[in-house]
Design a protein around this ligand. Structure first.
Ligand code: ADP
Length: 321
């Protein structure tokens, strides 16, 4: 019977993490568990930096971006010494279950801890949506809407000045954010890591073709995995004659109040994680597929792969001309 659990956020933060923390704390308290909020990810666990959370500790956070537990990356935790320090702290505090909210790097840590006797349940919190077992990760919907809002603003000014905007979008090695936001913004070209591209054919020629039907302002959206937006803007200007500007959206994409979808997903996943721990089940990743909340073995989840919808990419190319 699990009586005391800890919750931490690790790796890159994502809007909706607070909703998940809130759900973990409230669901844990409802079950009569003691719940520790651990600061700054695995660092706080190794350094015993934590505090007991109660029902009201998580009041007024469901609407807030970032994470009230702060997040961090830790190289020490990847070593056996760091892992043992974390296990020692869990024993001292009586923590017999842990909820880890983060990306796949954080999941590896959760798997390693589970294998060493501290049952962990991982929750996918990342704007990149790059978790294979999961259709949507916490933060992705908010980030996508933020990108759309920002690009809409850029579009206003490209329209006023007959310009081309070349916009870099986050996503690490995955193109979900740039593809879906790109469709929502009507980008003339979307460059993402999953699809090899020929700049001349996929950007310059597409722009020239649309120029022939009297289009005079353009948005090109580029994944951070490809980068090089400054050089792209210069090349576009030289080859098409359209004045071009590059914008790197950067961390604006990681902040802000979570959308309803991310608040709901965070709540569902946090709640589900506690139900697993309640039954002594660890080494699981909570996921969502086709609207259903499920869980997978962490090791299996880390070895899964998911395909980006190339039909969406093709559609975008056919209608954004
Ligand atoms: P994310 O969780 O967003 O993918 P990282 O990849 O930076 O972010 O991972 C977050 C933290 O998880 C790392 O700083 C480290 O402490 C821990 N971690 C990452 N990979 C491993 C691993 N292979 N073994 C143990 N811990 C890991």
């Amino acid at each position: 019977m699990i009586k005391t659990i800890g919750v931490l956020t690790s790796g890159g933060d994502a809007p909706g993490m607070n909703a998940a923390i809130r759900a973990v704390v409230r669901a844990g308290c409802e079950l009569g568990m003691k719940v520790y909020g651990i600061n700054r990810g695995y660092n706080g666990l190794m350094e015993n930096d934590m505090y007991e959370m109660h029902l009201r500790t998580v009041s007024d956070i469901i609407n807030r971006g970032g994470t009230i537990l702060y997040s961090a990356r830790s190289d020490r935790f990847k070593t056996e010494e760091g892992m043992q320090a974390a296990i020692r702290v869990c024993r001292e505090r009586g923590i017999d279950g842990l909820v880890v909210i983060g990306g796949d790097g954080s999941f590896r840590g959760a798997r390693d801890l589970s294998l060493r006797g501290v049952p962990c349940v991982a929750i996918p919190g990342t704007i990149d949506n790059d978790i294979a077992c999961c259709d949507r990760t916490i933060g992705y919907d908010t980030a996508m809407n933020t990108v759309v809002e920002m690009v809409d603003r850029i579009r206003d000014t490209t329209e006023s000045h007959d310009r081309c905007a070349v916009v870099e979008v986050m996503g690490r090695g995955a193109g979900y954010l740039v593809l879906n936001a790109g469709i929502a913004c009507g980008a003339t070209s979307i460059l993402m890591p999953e699809v090899p591209f020929d700049f001349e054919r996929d950007v310059i020629e597409r722009m020239k073709r649309t120029q022939r039907s009297n289009k005079v302002h353009f948005v090109i959206m580029v994944s951070e995995a490809i980068g090089g937006v400054d050089e792209m803007a210069k090349r576009i200007q030289k080859e098409t004659g359209v004045e071009s500007r590059a914008t790197v959206l950067g961390h604006v994409q990681r902040g802000g109040s979570p959308t309803a979808a991310d608040r709901i997903l965070g709540s569902q996943m946090g709640y589900h994680a506690v139900q697993l721990l309640k039954d002594g089940i660890g080494n699981r990743v909570v996921a969502t597929q086709k609207g259903e909340i499920l869980d997978f073995d962490i090791f299996e989840a880390l070895n899964m792969s998911k395909e980006i919808d190339l039909g969406l990419y093709k559609m975008s190319n056919e209608i954004s001309i």
